[in-house]
Structures are given as C-alpha cells and as structure tokens.
Design a protein around this ligand. Structure first.
Ligand SMILES: Nc1ncnc2c1ncn2[C@@H]1O[C@H](COP(=O)(O)OP(=O)(O)OP(=O)(O)O)[C@@H](O)[C@H]1O
Ligand SMILES: [Mg+2]
Length: 569
C-alpha cells in the first residue's frame, strides 16, 4: 500500500505531554480565527494604551470573565432549559421537538453520528436541516436549521432555538472548552441543554452572570434497564440484539471473528478510528432489522446519546487504557454505555446489562447504582484574539511559547479549568520551525491530526511544509490515487485507517484554506474509497463456514461494495 509519500523525519516531540486530544471536532471558526474589523480596532487600542503606559497594564491571560467574549449572546435575554435525567429518559427528544417547531435553530452534539441522526430526523420531519462537521458540509435548500458537532457551533448568528446535547461534557479535560463556548456563546432566544444532573449546579453557577433565565426539568427513564446477576460467560450465549463492548481495535476484531465463527450471528463493528462514514454504515446495518448483522461489537464510541437497537450491553472488560494508564471505567462512562440497551421505541422495550466475566459484575452493579460525581469546573481555552494580542507585544515568541505562557499564567474563576493542550503543543513544536503566520500556525495546531499516529502526524508536517514553501498543496504530491487496496492484515488495516486520517486532514484544511488546498473532491473521494475498503476487510473477516444464505448475502454486499469502489475510482 504505497499510496502515501510522506517524508518520515524523526522529531523529538515526546516531551510535550501525553494526553490525547480528540481534535477531529475542533474548529477554528469558533475560536475567532479571522479577526473582525471591530475586534482589530479594539486590539490596536489596547496595544496603543498598553505601550504608551497610559493605563494599567492589560492582562491578556485574565480569563476570569469568559461570558464577556460573546457580545451577541449577551445582548439576548436567553431562556435556558436544562433537561436532565438518566440515559434514555427523552431529554434529547424533548429538546429536538422544540428545535423542530422553531423558525431557526442549531443542534450541537458531541459526535458526528449524533449530528447525523438529528439532521436525518429533522429533514424527515420536513424541517430542512444542514449537517456541518469539521470535514463535511451537507447543505439543504432553504435550511434554517443546522445539526453540527459542538466545535462547529456558530456564535455569530442569531437563532430562535439552540440545543446543546450531552452538556456534562463541559467537564471533559480536552473537549470541555467547546461545550463551555456553546453554553456561553450561542445567541438564541431559547437554549436547551441536555445531559446528566451532575452538571446542574455548575451550569447554574456559570449562568448567574449572564442574565439568562434558567429552568431545570428532571426526567425519568422511559424503559427499564436491568442489570443481570449472571455474566455472559461464554460467547455461545450471545443473542440477537447483543452489543459487546471492548476498548481496543484488536479485541473488537478478535471478538467479531469469534462470534461469527460460531455460525449463528454476523457482527457490525463501531470504534473510534473507523472512518465516520463507515461507523454510520455499520450502525445502520445493525439497526436495520432486515439485515443479517444482528450483533454489535463496539468501543465506547457508541457511548453517548445514540439510539441503537440494542437489547443487551455486555462489558467484555471494566477497564480501559485512557492514553496514559489502564484504569477502571468511571461511573458516568458505565452509565452512558449501559444506557444504550433497551432504548424507548426500539424493538427491545427492556434493556439488559452484564459483563463477560463474573469478576467484573460488582463494579458494574455499583457503578449503575451510584450517582455521577457533581461537576466542579468547566473547560476553557483562550481565544485566538487574546493570543494574537499577546503575540504583538512578544513578537519573538513562537506559538509554542505563547500557548505555554497562557497555560502557565491563565487566571481563572473557580468555575473553570484550562483545557489540556498536550496534543496542540506537540503540533506547535513542529510548526514553529516553519515560516508561517501566527494565524496559520494556530490553524495547524487545532487541526484534526492524531499526533500519536506516525502517518497522520507526518501528513500534517508535510502539508504545513508545502504550504509554507509554495502556498499551495496538491494532494498528488503526497498521494497517488488508485493505489489503495483491501487490507489483508490488521497492520495494513491500521495503515489504511491512518491514510484515511491524512485525507481527512486535507479535507479539513481545504474548508479553511480553500485556495491553498484545492483538491478537496479528490481527497473526499479517496477517503470514501478507504472507508469502502475497510468495510470490505470487515466483511471478509470472521467467516469460517458460511451458510449458503449468508454466502449469498455476503457476495451481494461485497459486490455492491466493489461496484461502489469502481464507481468512485
Ligand atoms: N415522548 C416520546 N415519544 C416518542 N418517542 C420518544 C419520546 N421520548 C423519547 N422517545 C424516544 O426514546 C428514545 C430515547 O430518547 P432520547 O434519545 O431523547 O433519550 P435521552 O434521555 O436523551 O438519552 P441519552 O441520555 O442516552 O442521550 C429515542 O429514540 C426517542 O426518540
Ligand atoms: Mg440524549
């Protein structure tokens, strides 16, 4: 698979933090990348006063009043509704009903799959709705509604109604600041926040200074979730509608193979590094009662808000590697994942939850019974405007130093913490060596690169270098279309997933630097091929003795995939 020509240069970046930042959803447009004229005048005034010494020195690292960063929202007297309760209690449903009946609106969710589900629901209800994520814009004629991933939340337009789903994520170390931004910054008459009751006191505290009206509505579970007293024990006990949860790709494939080799079930798979389109297709296949894929093997990528036809959740393990260490699943994680079973309105009216091994049952049961810990603080990240102002006074500082300065010196009110920027700093260290403007450096820093993936991080380096040298980056310089193949081994599969990430990064950059990254269509079509080839790999995996019926179904499905691949090629 020699499709990518990346120069592998070994740089020492390991010193810059180890946390993983799921940046696929970060977007610069909300972070004031383009300074507006008004802001610029303000910036210049501040700088003039600062340098003349006529006023007290302006402290750029004072982040104690983040609500003042969003003048549009502050001009409104927003009605804020907090819909809180356990999973599967109809919180999102109620908020979406309000969104559907409003004249204009925006839904902000933590996952692409959720944004996709909402856009589909609104369009089906004849409410035209755009789907916008970092890497895709599906625009519908006449749409006044948008379903977006939270990092794409638009704080510059006015809406009649806005929904921010899974609002408790504002406490997430890496992505929390985007939820805080949506909470403080969306300008809407009505703002509906859905999530865990653990976020209520913090949100009420944060909104004391905004002048908004806040109303809390509590919900009860709509259908029962029954923890089992017995573990699954053996894979022979797998039934239609089961979802087995595990946290590594290798384990996911091993379990798919094991279950399918029993000859009774076919498994869809969903995990984080699968291309989003592939995840959607796998989830749809599992949800479709007429498909033969009746079991799901998934990571915690299914863990939030999704409505899948799951009868029983089976935890194969109660620990996960979080990028730093192997740790027990937290109470909110267990509840979120378990909450996918027995969704109201699905074909399974009662949900069940258990573990593969008996040893894990006590932790499962105690987690399900415990309330989630009350959230104390929300994430925050300095705007680009603030960094820009600081950089004008310290022109010799690179973006790494600027970020570090903010991280070390930021002044915060007790309701906030500063976002974990380990991954951003890794990119900053590389990008500072290149002759790029601060704005461009910032853009590369927040791009959806996976710095733990060698191919993905080298892709970013090559894009930035070519952009700095020539101002234009042609995809063919690093990628030969037509060379992608169905992976034959898991290592080749991982390589294909990495190539998908590089192509995804190109598409992301092409939406922000349109003239310099002109090959969006080619990158998008090659991305689609990666997705199809990965699916073809998935379909070939796990088959031991296919029955005649399954063989027909598999062949039909494979040949339609092959046709899709040919069509795109
Ligand atoms: N009043 C209702 N009428 C019909 N369907 C409903 C109603 N309330 C909820 N549902 C359906 O029940 C399912 C679960 O509802 P919803 O997704 O709103 O739950 P939730 O509380 O947001 O769960 P989670 O915490 O997992 O996000 C959805 O499929 C939703 O469409
Ligand atoms: Mg929900």
């Amino acid at each position: 698979m020699a499709a990518l020509f990346l120069c592998f240069r070994h740089r020492k970046v390991s010193a810059f933090g180890i946390s993983r930042l799921p940046k696929d959803n970060l977007d610069p447009c909300q972070l004031h990348l383009k300074l507006k004229l008004g802001t610029l005048v303000g910036v210049l005034n501040v700088l003039r006063e600062y340098s003349s010494g006529s006023t007290t020195k302006f402290d750029f690292t004072d982040l104690t009043c983040p609500h003042t960063w969003y003048p549009n929202a502050r001009r409104k007297h927003r009605k804020v509704f907090l819909h809180v309760g356990p999973t599967n209690s109809g919180k999102t449903h109620h908020a979406l009903k309000k969104l559907e009946s409003s004249s204009s609106g925006i839904y902000c969710g933590p996952l692409r799959l959720l944004a996709w589900e909402v856009a589909k629901r609104l369009n089906k209800a004849k409410v035209p709705c755009d789907l916008i994520t970092g890497q895709e814009r599906e625009e519908v004629d006449g749409a006044k509604h948008k379903a977006v991933t939270v990092e794409m939340a638009d704080v510059n337009s006015d809406y009649s109604c806005a929904v921010v789903d899974e609002i408790q994520m504002l406490g997430c170390k890496t992505r929390g600041f985007s939820f805080t931004r949506a909470l403080l910054g969306i300008s809407a008459d009505e703002l509906h926040l859905c999530g865990d009751p653990a976020a209520v006191p913090l949100i009420e505290e944060i909104l004391k200074v905004t002048g908004d009206d806040v109303k809390v509505e509590y919900y009860e579970r709509l259908s029962p979730l029954v923890p089992s007293k017995k573990p699954l024990g053996s894979f022979c006990n797998i039934q239609t509608g089961d979802c087995i949860v595990t946290f590594s790709r290798r384990e996911i494939y091993r379990m798919k193979k094991k279950i399918e080799s029993g000859g009774k079930h076919l498994c869809s798979v969903v995990y984080g590094s699968l291309p989003p389109e592939t995840r959607t297709r796998q989830a749809t296949m599992f949800n479709d009662a007429s498909s033969e894929f009746d079991v799901l093997v998934a990571s915690d990528a299914i863990g939030m808000g999704l409505n899948l036809n799951i009868s029983r959740i089976i935890f194969s393990t109660m620990t996960k590697f979080d990028g730093v260490e192997i740790r027990d699943l937290t109470v909110p994680e267990v509840k979120q994942i378990a909450g996918r079973a027995g969704r109201y309105g699905s074909k399974f009216p009662v949900g069940e939850v258990t573990c593969l091994h008996a040893d894990d049952l006590p932790l499962l049961l105690s987690s399900l019974e415990s309330p989630s810990p009350i959230l104390e603080t929300a994430g925050l990240f300095p705007t680009f405007d603030l960094m820009f102002m600081y950089s004008r006074l310290h022109p010799k500082s690179g973006i790494y130093q600027i970020l570090e300065h903010f991280l070390e010196n930021a002044k915060l009110s007790p309701n906030y913490f500063i976002a974990d920027c380990g991954e951003v700093l890794k990119v900053a260290a590389i990008i500072d060596e290149m002759p790029l403007s601060l704005q461009d450096k910032y853009l590369f820093c927040i791009s959806p690169v996976d710095m733990n993936d060698e191919i993905s991080s080298q892709g970013l380096t090559q894009f930035a270098e070519n952009y700095a040298k020539k101002g234009i980056v042609r995809l063919k310089e690093i990628f030969t279309p037509g060379t992608l193949m169905v992976p034959k081994t898991q290592a080749k599969l991982e390589e294909l997933e990495s190539i998908h990430k590089v192509l995804d990064l190109y598409v992301w950059l092409s939406f922000r630097l349109e003239d310099s990254f002109p090959d969006r269509e080619l990158a998008a079509s090659q991305k689609a091929i990666c997705g199809l080839l990965i699916e073809e790999f998935l379909e070939r995996l796990g088959w031991q003795k296919p029955t005649a019926r399954r063989l027909r179904s598999r062949n039909a499905s494979s040949s339609s995939l092959s046709k899709d691949v040919k069509r795109i090629l």
